[in-house]
Write a protein that binds this ligand. Sequence first.
Ligand SMILES: [Zn+2]
Length: 441
Amino acid sequence: MRTSSRLHAAPARLFGAALPLALSLAGGAAAQHPDLPPGVVRCATPARDARQLPDAPGDCSNGFTNPLPAYAPSFVYRIPVVFHVIERTSGTGHLTLAQIQSQIDILNEDFRAKPGSRGAPGREAMIEFYLATTDPEGNPTTGVTYSVNNTWFNDGGSYYNTLAWNTNRYLNIYTNSGGGALGYTPALPASGIAGSRADRVVVLWSTVGRNGAFGPPFNLGRTVTHEVGHWLGLWHTFDGGCGSATSCYSTGDLVCDTDREQTAHFGCSNSSTCGDPDPIHNYMNYTDDACMWEFTDEQVRRMRCTLQYWRPQAWTTCNAATVASRNAGLNPDVYAAALPRIGEQLTATVDLRGSGYESALVFGFSGSGQQALGSGYVALFDLASPLVLSLPAAAGPIAQFSFPVPNAMALCGLTIYTQAAELGGASGFALTNAQDLTFGR
Ligand SMILES: [Zn+2]
């Protein structure tokens, strides 16, 4: 395993700026594509070089692949997708729901090598995509948002800070001008971008879906297939050039079973840049949509590893978070918690109705019960259960506090019982209602 920096929690601003066009030349494909307008490149995802630091260690880091049999397809990952359609005020950039659904269909044809589809000759990766049916708030959705903003259409203005849905849970795909490329992802997941607001796929709107408005040779939806390959941790087949045949898990594109390639290949003709045939049918090359139809076995394992390591919330089943309030009808103070969502901030408010209080505590219990405390007060917890939280409330009759819920899927479905107490003051001791917090999405 390569020595790697531990600094994988990169600041979001590292990926925050719109990509300068110069970055697009880093992919080993400086040549102008004959079918693209001047200045427009095929893909602006940064190349595998120093710009991809920091890196995090693991079986699918930015510099190493360990294609263990455990990553071979044995079950289907299902990933919710949100398309953020950004249009110009002129109306340019509009995509219908049907056109977007056709792109989802193409992703599934390609990642599942569906018989009878253009993706049939490829490998069955057992990775599936669907338009999100619930938004981050739990409300029903089409999985598509529409915005009109000329700056955003030109890929400027950090639109993702406004538009992104929880990037741990959704694949966020933005359609706009592409910022001078057919598409890009700002960085691979091991760089620390996973879960940040900037975590995204961006594509030129006209390449989306079946018979996209761009026209041949980029009208079969493979731009999105290619960029989602990056989102799942794949490099270009030509990244790192020919690489070393004896250390192909740490050179070139970090997998051994892709044919080696020195530079990007356009069109559909056969070529040989490293002494053997170039991988012209691989989705991670630059060839025309019509001749792309495969990931290799080891690319599939690297993508599945990426889902395990970097995107566990994107596919794990986890129900919506809930809050239920209980009160024995006797406790005067009020305690209200927001939905306890995994990986997000949880805020709670304690409204102390008593006077002259000195402090308040919020605590949580893993059991449920009821205990008479005298003076008319009833605690709604199980005294035998362990204390989970102990948070002092700030001064003031209404105190709000906030703390992060760990980004741990193991919390999914766990319920803790919480309650706040006022200590001291005129009443000496008073309790709030209880809140039953069930962790989820
Ligand atoms: Zn690319």
